[in-house]
Design a protein around this ligand. Structure first.
Ligand SMILES: C[S@@+](CC[C@H](N)C(=O)[O-])C[C@H]1O[C@@H](n2cnc3c(N)ncnc32)[C@H](O)[C@@H]1O
Length: 236
């Protein structure tokens, strides 16, 4: 069921609200009183209520394997200049997090998933998010049926096995982006690109959150140290 509101308590805890009366340590809010703004619970505590958006729903999808991180997805979108007109193939789907982000900005997305269990999770998530994403229970190492693509994203272990297929399916100048946790995978991939792709860039995106609370104005102690290297290749 869709998340309708975020109900945030005075400690900054975010509750994802779907329906019914809302209960917490700071009191109860009746369903009929749940609306945007500052709302008091029966025990007179303030809650901030804001309308949930697509991303709030996306962060709560059913999880399978590790998902591509939003900071990295942002880099993929801005580097490849994809838009509502873009035709994209993604693999493996995992729980369809990356595929859903790409579909939410209007891309025409097809995603490949080899594992039956993850295929089911991804299909369910796509349905619940009401997205138009085509999902195939197939091994992308065996080929890509789609042609004239503006982007291919690969979040799987051996992307070099997709280089030939990707070259046949991409438009000239378009991007193949590989999401790789280890630098040895990056090296292996680059070793194998031959004259089919131009190495546009290898990057890592770091995001550091800050506290801005009265005199406490400083970076948070903990940050997500590493998610993946992004390898951007362009078809020659
Ligand atoms: C790390 S997950 C991808 C997560 C995804 N990017 C997301 O954001 O939800 C890797 C997925 O690739 C799938 N996979 C691995 N090899 C594959 C292949 N040859 N063809 C299709 N899917 C593959 C795995 O089963 C797994 O679900």
């Amino acid at each position: 069921m869709e998340i309708k509101y975020l109900i945030i308590d005075q400690k900054g805890n975010i509750n994802y609200y779907r329906k019914g009366d809302f209960h917490s340590h700071f009191g109860v809010i009746k369903e009929k009183d749940i609306k945007t703004g500052i709302v008091k619970s029966h025990s007179n505590n303030n809650f901030t209520i804001i309308k949930a958006n697509f991303l709030d729903n996306l962060t709560k999808i059913k999880r399978g394997p590790a998902v591509s991180h939003p900071k990295d997805i942002g880099t993929i979108i801005t580097t490849t200049a994809i838009s509502q007109k873009s035709k994209v193939v993604d693999a493996g789907s995992g729980c369809a997090n990356l595929a859903s982000h790409l579909a939410s900005i209007g891309c025409n997305v097809t995603t490949y998933e080899i594992n039956q269990e993850f295929y089911k999770i991804a299909s369910e998530n796509i349905k619940n998010l009401k997205l138009k994403v085509k999902i195939k229970n197939k091994d992308i190492y065996e080929g890509i049926e789609e042609k004239n693509l503006d982007l291919i994203t690969l979040d799987l272990t051996e992307p070099w096995k997709v280089l030939e297929h990707a070259h046949k399916s991409l438009k000239q100048g378009s991007f193949l982006v590989c999401y790789l946790p280890t630098i040895t995978q990056v090296q292996e991939l680059i070793k194998q690109i031959n004259n089919k792709f131009y190495l546009w860039k290898v990057s890592e995106t770091l995001e550091r959150e800050w506290y801005v609370e009265n005199l406490k104005v400083r970076p948070k102690n903990q940050m997500l140290g590493h998610t993946a290297f992004l390898v951007f290749l362009r078809k020659i």
